[in-house]
Design a protein around this ligand. Structure first.
Ligand code: R5P
Length: 294
């Protein structure tokens, strides 16, 4: 018999957790989470969770949100959850997944190890690299929000999908395949000490409606540079698309002022000021899959 499900929202992911509870037809737990005057985090799961499958939902950036998830996992274990799944919509520290310079920490692995001690299952959305799942334990899963993003791009009449660089091709390829449209990646060519041209490697974007698809947007610098050049090359529309809208330092207005027509992201990080699709259906499908096949 399957365990009753209870979705426990972390404060960084309340909107997505509420949507996930709806998708699952599950209870949304009441929590009491606040900060002490010295900055320490307090976390309590108020609802009864004993014997239930507790699905904790919390993006782990910035740092306070990571601590909150660690505390929620501890609270769930302490109060008798029969199973703990940590849904980490946006997994922070994912980009430091190896030693780039001698003496560095492998931050992605360090954080995963800490979280893995009290979670039975981990699900994350479009991680920077799939290999970071191995830092948790065997059976940590990722799901993708690319189908939801692609559907919206289809509604907008996008004709070409571009990755900002070769390393970001996987998500762009997937979106293009779903829409049945061409995909390429951008390449930088240095013309002089200060002049760099960025263009699609093989495709001509003149007169085309183009979406640049990346896993995350932080400062927006990557998208602004790419969009400026694509517009100069005649693209009719340029959309900035990502799963994780980090948007540091007032990035959204800067991106919109930088030649991007619209920004599309998901609700893995709560954000206002751009178009958003939800990652909840993809996460719910992953959670329900074992039950359907039981
Ligand atoms: C890099 O590895 C990531 O996939 C993104 O391309 C990058 O984090 C975007 O950063 P920004 O928006 O600051 O250019």
């Amino acid at each position: 018999m399957s365990l009753p499900l209870v979705v426990v929202p972390g404060s960084a992911s309340l909107t997505l957790a509420t949507r996930l509870a709806d998708e699952l037809g599950a209870e949304l737990a009441e929590t009491d989470i606040h900060r002490f005057p010295d900055g320490e985090v307090y976390a309590r799961i108020v609802s009864e969770i004993e014997g239930k499958h507790a699905i904790l939902v919390q993006t782990t950036a910035p740092n306070d949100n990571l601590i909150e998830l660690l505390l929620l996992q501890d609270a769930a274990r302490e109060h008798g959850a029969a199973k703990i799944t940590s849904v980490i919509p946006y997994y922070g520290y994912a980009r430091q997944d190896q030693v780039f310079k001698p003496g560095e920490a492998v931050s992605s692995r360090a954080v995963a190890r800490a979280l893995a001690t009290t979670a039975d299952q981990v699900i994350t959305v479009d991680p920077h690299k799939e290999a970071i799942l191995d830092f948790f334990f065997d059976g940590a899963h990722s799901v993708t929000a690319i189908p939801q993003l692609a559907k919206k791009l289809g509604d907008w009449g996008v004709e070409v999908i571009l990755a900002p660089d070769k390393g970001a091709r996987a998500h762009a390829n997937e979106a293009a395949a779903l829409l049945g449209i061409p995909c390429d990646h951008m390449e930088k060519t240095r013309l002089g000490p200060t002049e760099v041209v960025m263009k699609a490697k093989d495709l001509d974007v003149a007169g085309k409606s183009v979406a640049i698809v990346d896993d995350m947007i932080a400062s927006g610098g990557t998208m602004i540079t790419a969009a400026t050049q694509l517009k100069q090359q005649g693209a009719s529309k340029v959309y900035a698309v990502c799963t994780h809208g980090i948007f540091t330092g007032g990035a959204i207005p800067k991106i919109l002022a930088g030649g991007i027509d619209r920004i599309l992201c998901t609700d893995t990080i709560h954000t206002d000021g751009c178009d958003t699709v939800s990652a909840a259906p993809a996460i719910a499908a992953q959670l329900l899959a074992p039950l359907l096949h039981a």
